[in-house]
Design a binder for this molecule. Structure first.
Ligand code: HEC
Ligand code: HEC
Length: 297
């Protein structure tokens, strides 16, 4: 872990120099999405599959209140604490004044409206694999949600992680990698499950360990990882760590109940809350994909 930190620090310093030009923030131009007609029902499913409320709703919010995206959820990491911002429709403290291209840019390029790099605590390393039509539908769905005037608190990060320029090099090393797991392209359920799990639901952000460059280690996909928030470990959910049937996995994602009647805890609770709002076929597809991930210790 210390080696990872040192490397990250060196990498950040490098990016400040010559790398700055090569690693400048990218955007999605309005023309790129101009022809896409948003589908609000689809946008709502994407919202739940992608777990936006897990970070952007207030921690204590339940039910309809999870649609108030006032921010405030704290992500405690070894680099400091990230605080999810207000992304409600408030024009001053939220994203009410943002165009759809600006919202899609944040999600798939990790670039904010003011042109700064966003931290990958917003899981754009997953969302970059999403279809633009889904992201446009999601952006349109967000516009139907309430405005909330809560100001976004600042992150609590120490140097050099407080310098956003370093994120550019992280992006250059860690983005654009394609799918982590091979599935038969003629199996629509697995293809769909992989799309949901890898591009939207970002299961790997928690269940996959990181490599020294702080990207997800695709050779140990879903092999379990230290809990980013400090306590305990996130379980291995490959066949090497989990012997549940496909139905067991689907039932767990939907209800939070494990085969032994224990219930989901920790950060998985919010994932289960969102999964319960997805169509059953989508949850079943994710479960099928989980069972198709190769065993890894
Ligand atoms: C794991 C937590 C997490 C999830 C899940 C998440 N976000 Fe975020 N999001 C963050 C954090 C943290 C930031 C702040 C990043 C920064 O300041 O660089 C952020 C920033 C943003 C921003 C930029 C806001 C600004 O003022 O620059 C937008 C827009 C956004 N998120 C939308 C979404 C949407 C839509 C979803 C669901 C598809 C989502 N986020 C899912 C944590 C999350
Ligand atoms: C925000 C972090 C996070 C995300 C994202 C996440 N998980 Fe989890 N997951 C956890 C934690 C923490 C646990 C342990 C919960 C417990 O023991 O009660 C867990 C437990 C599980 C378990 C039960 C394993 C066991 O041995 O009990 C399964 C199955 C699982 N997750 C699948 C998934 C799938 C599939 C996704 C994506 C749709 C996903 N998780 C996304 C954090 C996460």
């Amino acid at each position: 872990m210390r080696r990872g930190l040192a490397l990250f620090a060196i990498v950040s310093a490098l990016a400040l120099g010559a790398g700055l030009y090569l690693t400048r923030p990218e955007v999605i131009a309005p023309e790129e999405i101009a022809g896409i007609e948003p589908d609000l029902a689809r946008g709502e499913h994407v919202f739940h599959a992608a777990g936006c409320a897990s970070c952007h709703a207030a921690d204590e919010a339940t039910g309809e209140d999870r649609l108030i995206l006032s921010g405030g959820h704290r992500l405690v990491t070894e680099f400091g604490t990230f605080v999810a911002p207000n992304i409600s429709q408030d024009t001053e403290h939220g994203i009410g004044g943002w165009s759809r291209a600006e919202v899609v840019t944040a999600l798939v390029k990790g670039t904010s409206r003011d042109g700064r790099h966003l931290y990958p605590a917003l899981p754009y390393a997953a969302y970059e694999k999403a279809e633009l039509s889904d992201m446009v539908s999601l952006a349109a769905f967000l516009e139907t949600l309430p405005a909330d005037p809560t100001p976004s608190p600042p992150h609590e990060l120490s140097f050099p992680f407080s310098i956003r320029a370093g994120i550019g090099l992280w992006k250059a090393v860690n983005l654009g990698g394609g799918w982590a797991v091979d599935v038969p392209e003629d199996d629509p359920e697995l293809v769909r499950g992989r799309y949901l799990a890898e591009a939207l639901s970002h299961c790997g952000e928690c269940h996959t360990p990181r490599d020294p460059a702080q990207g997800l280690d695709t050779a140990r996909w879903f092999a379990g990882a230290p809990n980013p928030s400090g306590k305990g470990r996130i379980p291995n959910i490959t066949p090497a760590g989990l012997d549940w049937s496909e139905d067991d996995v689907a039932a767990f994602l939907e209800t939070g109940f494990k085969p032994d009647f224990d219930v989901a805890g920790g950060s998985m609770t919010a994932v289960v809350t969102e999964m319960g709002l997805l169509p059953k076929e989508d949850v079943a597809a994710i479960a099928a994909y989980v069972k198709a991930v190769p065993a890894a210790e």
